[in-house]
Design a protein around this ligand. Structure first.
Ligand code: GAR
Length: 214
């Protein structure tokens, strides 16, 4: 007979350990937390690492009892030391996947190569369009009729790694940066948990530029 405690221990034993890196609001972090708490994502956030001590994402961690750490680049003598601190926190946490969720720092080639194939990022456009900062503003200024969001593996090229999942989002004639961002965010919040679940289940395989989903 399996009692409730055994069931809980058993279920936590199957939870895929992840680290989430954030810099600001953390609504994607919240979506991942929500998916885990509702049983849609078999993962466990071992640690959330923020590049800013004032990120609202840290409040979300407190509310949900999630282990968090702050590594602010300004507190370190060099970018190398900053990244070494992040690497140490990730390794100590036992995470097997690093999820960048609104993490607004560009990671060095050394960092990316160390975890090659184990770092995901979410970007608020249909890559390869509108890479870098203010992707929503770029789409509006370009006059695009459609934008969207992309989950991709991180490589040495900014927003240039193999694409895992994408969803298009229409751009409406009276859109502002805010209205477009919030319409894209609604899709981001569904897409990130789905991509992590695919990874956790071993369903993603990188072949060159392509990510095969089994
Ligand atoms: C999201 O829209 C995410 O796609 C974007 O920052 C926002 C973070 O929101 N990321 C980038 O632009 C990375 N280049 P959140 O803090 O509420 O999750």
């Amino acid at each position: 007979m399996v009692n409730r405690r055994d069931r809980l221990m058993n279920s936590s034993a199957h939870k895929f350990p992840i680290a989430v890196l954030v810099s600001g609001n953390g609504s994607n972090l919240q979506a991942i937390i929500g998916a885990i708490e509702s049983g849609r994502l078999d993962a466990e956030i071992r640690v959330a690492i923020s590049s800013s001590s004032s990120a609202y994402a840290l409040e979300r961690c407190k509310k949900h009892g999630i282990n968090s750490a702050v590594h602010d680049q300004k507190a370190y003598a060099s970018k190398e030391e900053f990244e070494t601190a992040i690497v140490q926190t990730i390794i100590e946490s036992g995470a097997k996947l690093i999820c960048l969720a609104g993490f607004m720092k560009v990671l060095s080639d050394a960092f990316v190569n160390k975890f090659s194939g184990f770092i995901m990022n979410i970007h608020p456009s249909l890559l390869p369009s509108f890479k870098g900062l203010h992707a929503q503003r770029q789409a509006l200024e370009y006059g695009a009729k459609v934008s969207g969001c992309t989950i991709h593996f991180v490589n040495e090229n900014l927003d240039g790694g193999p694409i895992i999942l994408q969803v298009p989002v229409p751009i409406l004639p009276d859109d502002t940066e805010e209205t477009l961002s919030s319409r894209i965010l609604r899709e981001e919040h569904k897409l990130y948990p789905a991509a992590i679940q695919l990874f956790a289940r071993g369903k993603l395989k990188i072949e060159g530029r392509k990510v095969l989903i089994s």
